[in-house]
Design a protein around this ligand. Structure first.
Ligand code: NI
Length: 176
């Protein structure tokens, strides 16, 4: 199994809203397995399909840091309820490497979604799970965690990422 290349911000594909998946797309199971592999390899706790250039309403996550893996697949996720109580987490993103900033989101959310077999669930998530699920769901709507920051901070981060991408590209050219 090979891993996907992860798109780095800024990239127009990270700004797009994905459409509802009405039936399993071709190769869905393989894509999901490969997304998990890419996420664990990174390593990260969540990965949305658009981050690997697949413009589908799908993400994977595993917020268990220690102990047993707890892989969760969400297709067409929809937040049906969010708590008034908020939680602040220092978030990061595989598409914005090296950047960590505090983001405030509802502490508990209820999410309706389809699993990898297109079976429907409605589950309540809290703690890191709630934050991770909301962060990944945002990706499906073309939203990044830096969109919650001030415009100035966002600009600085985007500038840093552009430089990072230039350096990566230069490195690749030198290698070949
Ligand atoms: Ni992310």
């Amino acid at each position: 199994m090979s891993i996907f290349d992860i798109l780095i911000h800024p990239d127009p594909r990270l700004k797009k809203t994905t459409a509802h998946m009405s039936a399993p797309i071709e190769g869905l199971q393989k894509i999901i397995d490969q997304m998990f592999e890419t996420m664990y390899d990174a390593p990260g706790i969540g990965l949305a399909a658009p981050q690997v250039g697949i413009m589908e309403r799908l993400f994977v996550m595993d917020a268990v840091r220690e102990g047993n893996p707890d892989p969760i697949v969400m297709i067409n996720p929809e937040i049906t309820w969010g708590s008034d109580a908020k939680n602040v987490y220092e978030e990061g993103c595989l598409s914005i490497p090296g950047i960590y900033e505090e983001v405030e989101r509802p502490e508990i959310v209820r999410i309706k979604y389809l699993d990898r077999d297109f079976k429907e669930h409605e589950t309540e998530f809290d703690g890191l799970y709630a934050t991770c699920a909301q962060h990944e769901l945002d990706h499906l709507d073309g939203k990044l965690f830096i969109d919650y920051l001030s415009p100035l901070k966002r600009q600085m981060i985007t500038k840093k990422m552009k430089k990072f991408k230039r350096e990566e590209a230069a490195l690749k050219t030198r290698e070949t």
